[in-house]
Design a protein around this ligand. Structure first.
Ligand SMILES: Nc1ncnc2c1ncn2[C@@H]1O[C@H](COP(=O)(O)OP(=O)(O)OP(=O)(O)O)[C@@H](O)[C@H]1O
Length: 586
């Protein structure tokens, strides 16, 4: 037999009796072809589940739930005491589901932990589970949680992509079985089969239908990809959070056609009764959580325990770092830190109780020196980069390990500058240990401290990618470095905020005393959004200090208003001592 290479992706095989075969390499066998195949399969007439899936996904028929679940247990190494009320509801919802159940896990709320419990509950009833996710890492993170449960697991995927600890408790398809009975056992008897959503081309799926399919990271997976695993099981469970990153779809036409709407979002928007929310998180201190809560979750996110809420950064040697910084011969750039007293921005940033610290660089440098620099497509902010490097160095000298600090920015050009400055100021070793990435690359990483360089500072007040961090009063526009102390935190939210399409005008909290003369009080008050609803609270008085009798009215006001409403209001009409000025907060 003779084999000739024919072009880049095919070869010709001649077998002597003049029959010519051409073998083509299908470059897309694991990508587009799988996706196309998923779509074709659910359109087939008699294929398992095709009709039901069309009803549920195309016709959006409401899913059915049993009133109570059949008994199950969560025994094994997992302590039931570690399951909170939402997680228990999620397990119960899945156990009652006939068609599907949706678990919306806000950041750090234990999605992985809950999926592990769901698997335990299902296996305790003798059910089989196909476990999938978008990434190998997510699949393995779940498997590692059931490592000690002695559940027979088959992990499909090439050995190089599987976590090194998995082979110690699961069978790997990438490591061939030595005998046929061994192979058959692993295909037939594994209660849990785990792979990525695109890993469903394996031969086992021609032989097995599963009781349940669980898809983790489901809100990041496009609908056609998601169809692949769910058509292989009687009931499916999607776990995700559509408030975080949606499926990455770059083609405009595909976006317009709705490809960036995941099946998770489609079903949860249509059937909220099928969704269980995981709302107790164990990752972020309360102040850090506030950011996500105000911007995205409408206050629904809660700290799992008081200890989580009160977590603080451990700064063991702050004074030494400050001394080194303010010393005349300091090698740390100190030109941007004018004073060694309490007003020093480094000292403020290092204070453990300030878990979130917004730094307006205009307050420590001249505003013109901290504006952004545009060179073609490249946008950088050199002053902000230097300040970030300076703060980072101070944190390290204060005893915060370099590997527990992360630096995030929205622009690649700024990232390059930050890497350069951090290396120059903090040193090569520290620079190699600090993880620095653009916001989209930081998803799912945990750090004790995050420094965020927002970059944009310009006359037109364009906040660029950071524009949505402005929503609901987060003052992150322009010259702002955000330092978040947490143990640890989730940054995917920041990414999400930066990408939300709609711009909301920033709001500011106004606290103060309003004073108006009685003659025009009602018209002044009624016409301004700050005061229009405090008429009844006005306190009428008489002022005789200038020898005349002048009537006036005062009232305290504390409310959130749009910035333009503040400027529209005549600030002379606010009065009082120094504490009674307009305060801006979030
Ligand atoms: N009921 C609980 N009680 C105490 N701690 C918990 C509980 N559930 C989860 N945790 C802890 O919370 C942390 C986050 O859990 P997990 O990794 O499962 O969350 P996740 O939602 O998958 O995270 P992500 O936001 O990265 O997707 C882990 O340290 C986990 O041990």
């Amino acid at each position: 037999m003779e084999v000739k290479i024919h072009g880049k992706n095919s070869c010709l095989v001649e077998n002597g009796d003049s029959t010519l075969y051409r073998i083509d390499k299908d470059e897309f066998s694991n990508g587009m072809a799988t996706v196309r195949n998923n779509l074709i399969r659910i359109m087939e007439k008699d294929l398992f589940k095709a009709k039901e899936l069309r009803e549920l996904i195309v016709d959006l028929k409401p899913p059915i739930f049993k009133h109570t679940s059949t008994a199950y247990n969560l025994s094994g190494p997992a302590s039931q005491a570690q399951i909170n009320v939402d997680q228990r509801d999620a397990i119960e919802k899945v156990m009652c589901a006939k068609d599907y159940a949706l678990v919306l896990g806000m950041p750090g709320t234990g999605k992985t932990t809950t999926i592990a419990h769901i698997i335990r509950a299902l296996v305790s009833q003798g059910k089989s589970v196909l476990l999938t996710s978008y990434t190998h890492t997510a699949v393995d993170n779940i498997l590692l949680k059931i490592e000690d449960d002695a559940v027979p697991i088959l992990r499909l995927g090439s050995v190089g992509k599987v976590h090194p600890d998995i082979p110690s408790f699961a069978t790997l398809s990438g490591i061939p079985c030595k005998t046929m009975p061994e192979l058959e056992r692993s295909w037939r008897d594994s209660k849990v089969v785990a792979t990525t959503c695109l890993g469903i081309n394996h031969g086992i799926f021609n032989h097995r239908i599963f009781d349940y399919c669980i898809v983790d990271e489901a809100s990041q997976i496009t609908l056609p990809v998601c169809l692949g695993p769910i058509r292989l099981a009687h009931t499916f469970v999607l776990v995700g959070d559509h408030y975080q990153l949606p499926p990455l779809v770059q083609n405009k036409e595909a976006q317009e056609g709705g490809l960036d709407v995941s099946l998770f979002k489609l079903l949860s928007d249509k059937h909220p009764q099928a969704v269980v929310n995981l709302e107790h998180q164990y990752r972020m201190a309360e102040d850090v959580m506030l950011l996500s809560n105000r911007l995205i979750y409408s206050g629904r996110l809660k700290c799992g325990t008081p200890a989580v809420a009160q977590r603080m950064l451990e700064v063991s040697n702050a004074e030494a770092a400050m001394e080194a910084h303010h010393h005349r011969t300091s090698t740390i750039t100190s030109q941007h830190c004018a004073s060694a007293d309490q007003t020093c921005f480094l000292r403020q940033a290092l204070t453990p109780s300030r878990r979130v610290f917004f730094l307006n660089t205009d307050t420590i440098t001249h505003p013109t020196s901290s504006v952004e620099v545009m060179q073609g497509q490249r946008i950088t902010n050199p002053t902000e980069s230097l300040l970030t490097a300076q703060l980072l160095t101070t944190l390290i000298r204060s005893g915060v390990p370099a590997r527990s600090i992360g630096v995030i920015t929205f622009y690649r050009s700024q990232l390059a500058l930050l890497r350069h400055d951090v290396k120059a100021i903090a040193g090569t070793i520290a620079a190699s240990e600090v993880e620095m990435h653009t916001a989209d690359k930081y998803q799912g990483r945990d750090k004790e401290v995050i420094l965020l360089s927002c970059v944009r500072s310009n006359e037109s007040n364009s906040p660029g990618y950071a524009h949505n961090a402005n929503a609901e009063g987060q003052e992150m526009d322009g010259n702002t470095i955000l330092k978040i102390n947490t143990q640890p935190s989730n940054y995917s939210q920041l990414v999400k905020h930066a990408r939300l399409p709609a711009y909301k005008a920033p709001k500011k909290l106004v606290k103060g005393q309003v004073k108006v003369s009685s003659d025009n009080a009602s018209s002044v008050l009624a016409s301004n959004p700050i005061t229009h609803d405090i008429m009844n609270d006005m306190d009428m008085r008489m002022d005789t200090s200038n020898g005349k009798e002048n009537k006036y009215a005062t009232a305290a006001v504390t409310k959130k208003v749009k910035s333009q409403d503040i400027s529209a209001f005549n600030s002379d009409e606010f009065f009082g001592d120094e504490d009674d000025e307009m305060l801006i907060d979030f």
